[in-house]
Design a protein around this ligand. Structure first.
Ligand code: NAD
Ligand code: GLY
Length: 358
C-alpha cells in the first residue's frame, strides 16, 4: 500500500507519504518540496542503528549534506538540555536558514526536533520521518512541537509545520510490542471523537497488523482534516486531546517515562468516556465498548496507583486551563466530541475513584 495525503494549510500545505520502502525515497522527496543543502538528522539510539544509514545514504545520493545526531531514547530526552544540545550541533555544522532538520524516530524525537527547527535561527524547515505507530498516527502531523518541563508536559513549544512527512510502514516491524500497543491508544481515540464506523472496524478486527496501512492512513486523514479546520487549536483541534488531561497528569506525577504516553492516554480515554456517560449522555454501553476495545488490543487500562490529589494538581497545569478552570473534552456519542467542558470538582473525583476501583 502506498498513499499520498495532503495537509491542506494554504502556503504551509505539505504531503504525507505512507507506504513501504519510503525511507529510501527521502532524497527525492526532499528535493520535490524544494529542500536543499545541509540537513541535521536527529534520531535516537534505538532507531538510528536500524534506519539512519539508509536515510543518510539516500540523502547523500540525492546531493544533500546530512549530519546525524543520535540522542538517548525515551521521554526524558524531550527537554531543554537536549534542545540546547541540538542548537550546539546546528551551530557546529553551520546550519543556516536555507538548510533543514529531519526527525527520524518516534514522537519524542519529532517534538524535540520540530521545536529545535522552529526556534533555531527563528525557524528553519524540517521533515518528519516517524517510525513509531504513535508518531505516524498523531505527533508527526499537525505541527505541534515542544519539550516538557518539570511543571508539565509540552508546556513549552511552538506550532511549526513540517515540509513533508514520510512514513515507512516497514519500520513498524521493529517497534517493540508495548510501544505498538501504546500507539493503538491514539488510533482508538479517533473513533470516539470523529468516526464511529472506524471505531467499529477496530472493535471487530482480530488482527491489526495486516490492515495497519489503512488504519494509519485513516488516522492521518482525520488529523489532517481537523488541523485544516483549526490549525492553532482555537476550538475544534482540542478534540484531539480527548483523554489527555488525565493522561498528561499521569505522566507527570508518575515521572516521565514510567508510563508510555499512549498507555497514559488509554487510561485517560477510559476516564473521559466515563465522565462523558455521567455528563453528556454517552451510553454506558458505548463507554464500556471503548474500554473493551482498548483491552482487546492489548493496551493496559488499569488505573495507576497514584494519589488523586497529586493528579488533580497536575491536571491544573494542563494547557487547556483558562482562568484557573480546566476545560475537558467529552463525547456525547461515538464519533462526536465537544471541547471546553467544565466538570464539577466532586464529579471529577468520584469518577476517578469509581474507575480506579472497577
Ligand atoms: P518515543 O519517541 O519515545 O518512541 C517510543 C520508543 O520506541 C522509543 O524507545 C523509540 O526509540 C522506539 N522506536 C521508535 N520507532 C521504532 C522502531 N521503528 N523500531 C524500534 N524502536 C522504535 O515515543 P512515541 O510513543 O513515539 O511518542 C510519544 C511522544 O509524542 C510524547 O512525548 C508525546 O507527548 C508526543 N506526542 C506529540 C503529539 C504532537 O501533536 N506533537 C501528539 C501525540 C503525542
Ligand atoms: N495531538 C494533539 C494535537 O495534535 O492537536
Amino acid at each position: 500500500m502506498n498513499k499520498k495525503l495532503i495537509v491542506d494549510l494554504g502556503e504551509r500545505s505539505y504531503p504525507i507519504h505512507i507506504g513501504s520502502g519510503i525511507l529510501e525515497t527521502v532524497g527525492d522527496a526532499c528535493k520535490s518540496v524544494g529542500l536543499d543543502g545541509k540537513c541535521l538528522i536527529v534520531s535516537d539510539e534505538n532507531v538510528a542503528p536500524l534506519y539512519a544509514k539508509r536515510v543518510f545514504q539516500a540523502l547523500e545520493t540525492a546531493g544533500f549534506y546530512p549530519t546525524l545526531e543520535v540522542l538517548p531514547a525515551g521521554e526524558p530526552t524531550k527537554c531543554h538540555e537536549k534542545l540546547i544540545h541540538l542548537y550546539s550541533k546546528a551551530a557546529e555544522i553551520n546550519l543556516d536558514r536555507g538548510h533543514f532538520m529531519i526527525a527520524l524516530g518516534g514522537g519524542v524525537i519529532g517534538d524535540l526536533t520540530g521545536y529545535a527547527a522552529a526556534s533555531w535561527l527563528r525557524g528553519v524547515r524540517f521533515v518528519q520521518m516517524p517510525t513509531s505507530l504513535l508518531a505516524m498516527v498523531d505527533s508527526s502531523v499537525g505541527g505541534k512541537t515542544g519539550v516538557n518541563i518539570a511543571e508539565g508536559k509540552n508546556l513549552v513549544g511552538a506550532f511549526h509545520q513540517p515540509e513533508l512527512v514520510l512514513m515507512d510502514l516497514e519500520t513498524l516491524k521493529t517497534l517493540p510490542k508495548r510501544e505498538f500497543a501504546a500507539g493503538m491508544a491514539e488510533v482508538v481515540k479517533y473513533g470516539p471523537i470523529w468516526d464511529a464506523d472506524f471505531f467499529q472496524g477496530l472493535e471487530e478486527t482480530d488482527e491489526i497488523f495486516p490492515t495497519i496501512g489503512k488504519i494509519v492512513a485513516r488516522c492521518c486523514e482525520i488529523k489532517a482534516e481537523v488541523v485544516r479546520q483549526d490549525e492553532r487549536e482555537g476550538g475544534l483541534r482540542g478534540i484531539l486531546n480527548f483523554g489527555h488531561t488525565l493522561a498528561h497528569a499521569i505522566e507527570n506525577v508518575a515521572g516521565y517515562g514510567e508510563y508510555l504516553h499512549g498507555e497514559a492516554v488509554a487510561i485517560g480515554l477510559v476516564y473521559a468516556a466515563r465522565l462523558s456517560s455521567r455528563l453528556k449522555g454517552l451510553s454506558s454501553d458505548d463507554s464500556a465498548r471503548i474500554e473493551k476495545t482498548l483491552a482487546n488490543l492489548g493496551i493496559p487500562v488499569a488505573m495507576p496507583n497514584l494519589a488523586w490529589s497529586d493528579l488533580r494538581v497536575a491536571m491544573q497545569n494542563d494547557k487547556k486551563t483558562r482562568d484557573g478552570l480546566v476545560k475537558y473534552v467529552l463525547i456525547d456519542r461515538l464519533g462526536h466530541a465537544e471541547v471546553g467542558c467544565e466538570i464539577p470538582e466532586e464529579i471529577l473525583e468520584e469518577v476517578w475513584h469509581e474507575t480506579a476501583s472497577r
